[in-house]
Each structure stands twice: as structure tokens, then as C-alpha cells.
Design a protein around this ligand. Structure first.
Ligand code: ZN
Length: 300
């Protein structure tokens, strides 16, 4: 009983120290003197945040944005960003149009599309809507429908928050404590609310899954299904996804460091996508659309 009491007291003090000490320290440093009422509010706010983060669903859109930005920075550090204004603008216009037709048209920081200067056949989506596509993947596309299919698949990953779902469950308790601390700091005018620092392990989980391990087959199917829905809504031929998968089947190196490593085999995906598309009456392709595609990506 006594041991139990002691443990309870220790736990209570650790908790109190975690939440109150940073507030008191900032108060004592006098950077911006908050009133006692302010500290009370801060402690309440911190407790609320601490209570809230139990799973990826509790991560706020703003926190998702910061995680995605850090993941994006890691990707941009591993690959070179391709500097071609015309091609980047074209991919962005197309990507924005598709994102607006998704089930998640708005995110905290909006959708952004970047081309990576790499021969690898690859594409990634960081949480919050930062989408990357390599020059190698762009070279696999023969028309706008096929490119739209790749971008729509990545938007599907953003829509379903697959990136955030790759964060290990064990991270959430420490993340909650860190965010509580962060809330105290930002509320008392101390350190800026730098969420990327406190989410370091989570960022590592997302980046590793995205670039090295890949998502589960279930998640890939969800992204493919979202892609088919988006393509149909915008008026692109959903068979563009099948065309892309066929190209990938021929060109991907099964042992390569690319889409083959992080995605199920194209043949398996083709079967599922065909089922999802169902009956589709092919529309005549516009010559203007093809000309626009070829002009924008002629140097790729
Ligand atoms: Zn995918």
C-alpha cells in the first residue's frame, strides 16, 4: 500500500514537473511575464493536448503539415529537385486539379508537386500534400491520363493519411508529452512552436516507410481506388492507371531502389484496378491535351 502510494506520488510529481516546470522556468526567465492566470491556462491547454494524442487521428492538420514538411525536406535532401519551370508548373496545375476532385481537397498547407532529378521510376507523397515525382517516372508516361493516374494515386495516400499511419504506436505517448511542453512554450512566448523537433522519431517512421519499406498492400489498394475515383470525376480515363502499371511492369527493376521496392507487383494491382474501374466508355482523346502534355514535358 505504501509502495503504491509512493509510486502514485512519484508519478504525480513527474507529471506535474513535466507540465508545470517549463512554464515556471519560462516565467522566471522573464522573457515575457505571463500572469498566474496565463500559466493556469497554459497548464490546462497542455493537459488537453496530452490527453488528445492517442493515435494518428489525433494529430492536428497543423502538426500533419509540420511532419510532412520535415519528411519533404528529407526527400529533397536525398534527391535533387529538378529545376524546369515549365514542367513543374504543368505538373502542379494538373496535380491541383486532381487534388480538388479528391475526397480531401484541402489540407493545412495545401498540395504542392515537385519533380525530382532522378532516373529512378518513383513517386512519393508526404503527409499534408507534398507530392514528389521523378523524371524517370515522368518518362514512363505517354499522355496526360497516365501522368494524372500517378499523381492521383499519390493524392490517394495523402487523402487516407497513410504517411501518418506509418508512425509507430509507441511514439504517441512521448509525442503527447512533447507537444504539451511545446504548447507551454508557445503560449508563454518562449521558444517558437517548432513541432518538427518534437516529432523527430515520427518523421523517421514516415520517411522510412515512404522511401524504403513501402505501405501495405491494403494501403496501396486504397490509393489506387482513390485514384480511379479522382480520374473519373475530373474526366480522365481511369485506364491511364492500367497503362502506367503495364509500363512499370516492363521497365521496373524488381531489385531496384524504386517503385518496385515499395509497391506490390503491377500485375496484382492491374487485376484490382480493373475490377474497380468496371464498365467504362472510352472518350475520344483531345489533340490539344496531348499537345499540351508533350510541350510541357519535352525536355524530361
Ligand atoms: Zn503508393
Amino acid at each position: 500500500m505504501r509502495k503504491l502510494m509512493t509510486m502514485f506520488t512519484v508519478k504525480k510529481w513527474v507529471l506535474l514537473g513535466l507540465v508545470i516546470l517549463p512554464a515556471v522556468m519560462l516565467f522566471l526567465t522573464g522573457w515575457k511575464k505571463p500572469s498566474l492566470g496565463d500559466i493556469g491556462k497554459v497548464v490546462n491547454q497542455a493537459k488537453t493536448v496530452k490527453k488528445l494524442i492517442k493515435s494518428f487521428e489525433d494529430i492536428s492538420p497543423e502538426q500533419e503539415y509540420y511532419i510532412g514538411r520535415a519528411v519533404g525536406a528529407t526527400v529533397a535532401g536525398q534527391y535533387k529537385v529538378y529545376k524546369n519551370k515549365k514542367a513543374t508548373m504543368y505538373v502542379n496545375t494538373l496535380g491541383q486539379t486532381l487534388a480538388q476532385a479528391s475526397d480531401r481537397p484541402e489540407t493545412f498547407g495545401g498540395y504542392h508537386f515537385l519533380i525530382l532529378d532522378s532516373d529512378e521510376i518513383n513517386a512519393f507523397a508526404a503527409p499534408g500534400g507534398l507530392v514528389f515525382i521523378t523524371r524517370g517516372m515522368l518518362r514512363c508516361t505517354e499522355n496526360e491520363d497516365a501522368l494524372a493516374a500517378v499523381l492521383a494515386h499519390e493524392i490517394g495516400h495523402v487523402q487516407h493519411q497513410h504517411g501518418l499511419q506509418s508512425i509507430k504506436k509507441s511514439r504517441f505517448s512521448s509525442m503527447a508529452a512533447d507537444v504539451a511542453l511545446d504548447a507551454v512554450q508557445s503560449r508563454t512566448g518562449g521558444a517558437a512552436s517548432v513541432l518538427t523537433g518534437v516529432f523527430q522519431d515520427s518523421i523517421h517512421d514516415v520517411t522510412t516507410t515512404m522511401i524504403t519499406n513501402g505501405y501495405s498492400r491494403k494501403f496501396e489498394k486504397e490509393a489506387d481506388n482513390a485514384a480511379v475515383a479522382i480520374l473519373k470525376r475530373v474526366g480522365y480515363d481511369p485506364n491511364g492507371l492500367i497503362d502506367m502499371l503495364n509500363v512499370m511492369k516492363e521497365r521496373l527493376n524488381p531489385k531496384g531502389n524504386d517503385f518496385a521496392k515499395t509497391h506490390p507487383s503491377p500485375s496484382d494491382r492491374i487485376k484490382d484496378v480493373k475490377k474497380k474501374i468496371g464498365k467504362y466508355v472510352e472518350v475520344e482523346k483531345s489533340a490539344a491535351r496531348q499537345a499540351r502534355f508533350e510541350t510541357a514535358l519535352k525536355d524530361i
